[in-house]
Design a protein around this ligand. Sequence first.
Ligand SMILES: *[C@@H]1O[C@H](CO)[C@@H](O)[C@H](O)[C@H]1NC(C)=O
Length: 522
Amino acid sequence: MHSFRIACTVKWQVNAFILVVLIDATICQIRYSVPEEMRKGSFVGNVAEDLGIDAKRLKSGGARIVISDSSEYIRLDVDKGNLVVGERIDREQLCGQTSPCSLNLEMIMTNPIQLHSVVVEVLDVNDNAPAFQEKEMHLEILESALPGTEILQVSATDPDVGINALHGYTIHPKTHFNIKVSSSPNGHKYAQLYLSEPLDREKEGKLLLTLTAVDGGEPQRSGTLKIHITVRDTNDNAPVFMQSIFKASVKENVPRGTLVVRFSATDADEGINGHVTYHFNRMSGNFAELFRLDENTGDLTVTGIIDYEENKLYEIGVQAKDQGGQSTSTNVIIEVIDVNDNPPLITLTSFSNAIAEDSSSGTTVAIINVKDLDSGKNGKVDCSVNSNIPFAIHSSLKNYYTLVTNGVLDRERNPVYNITFSAVDEGSPPLSTNKTITLRIADVNDNAPIFEHSYYEASVMENNSPGLSVFSVKARDSDSGQNARVSYLLIDTELNGSPISTYISVNAESGVIQALRSFDYE
Ligand SMILES: *[C@@H]1O[C@H](CO)[C@@H](O)[C@H](O)[C@H]1NC(C)=O
């Protein structure tokens, strides 16, 4: 075997790829390049011309192409001496990430035997877009996460090589997250997603990010990954009352269970962080006995007896708590509405049991005080006394009434008066109270004694014994006591020249008339 060299020429091919031809005595190596994915029959190189072989020699020598793996990527057009694409060439399938990607062929001719080595470099075209392993993913992040926190590392792959390979990443939108692009030791670019601005679940609970991977080809290709972010709640909101101050009113004496006011607070957090319960804040006095606060509904109801006369206003502090330890307070002012549940009260402040019957009209008999614990009309009282008696009442000071005489009194006709005071309030329905006093009329000696008969006649037997009771007289006096005590006296007259007192005497006490001498009829 002897070899010889042929000088090789450098030529510009139609498709502008540089061609280098080296020819050995027996083996001449030619290099061509062809983009992947060319149509079947596409021109690769004129092997006859480049090797300086006459086209006829190709034919007569039965030139053929042998590819090591017996594929048919490259065919020889013997008539024209051209190498053409025989079947679809996919660089990525053929070489993966190996670059450059070459097909090693041999062109064999016989008569005489000639062997030429042809290397066809398959050039990458940007026929692959970067792609993420998944198209979508779901993440959860605590809303309290600090800016700078790394959320995720992710990468896309692009089987193309060189400039057509993965070039970089972009994120959209950039409101809360951003990315940092880094390279792994083997040069693969990956994106680090990190938090750039604080999150607020209450404002934005879900976010959708689009991470785009781009290659450097022309035109550029890209692949996207949708990242669904759920912001997890932290207890960063306290409950908020719907009103800053609650006002309510309740009638006194309402039955147990009556709703007074319903508290309502909202908490922007979720779950237990947003679950609000209600509690009394400060419990001074007897609130707990009077009111109940439902922890869950916020209903404040009556549990005891609400008495306007005892307390007209309640101010109760209420706290709304979430289950994560945040709380807010408010106050309710409960006004108690009066109900006419108290009758007037009459008190005798001054009273003399008796009054002289000759008292002049207008004499004060008694002073009374009238009270009603209710308020407003319910506590406004009108007072009167029974009619048909010689008494009247006058309102003097506020709540005081004076009972005076306003007619002629006569003990002998009406020794006693039952005087009934009647107090009525203006409530609806009205309540009233009566009080009766018994007034005695004191006697005045305004009546003279009166004999039962204006004329008495009696007979007596003569020769009577002196000292004989002849008869008795009786006088009555309608006054009482001493004023009614009657004593009898003889009016000094003469009978037959002698004073009458020599004939008879009258017992001052008993009115018995006695003979003082023996009478002689003759
Ligand atoms: C006064 O009231 C008393 C007790 O109810 C009664 O006994 C009496 O008869 C009454 N007197 C007059 C004058 O109404």
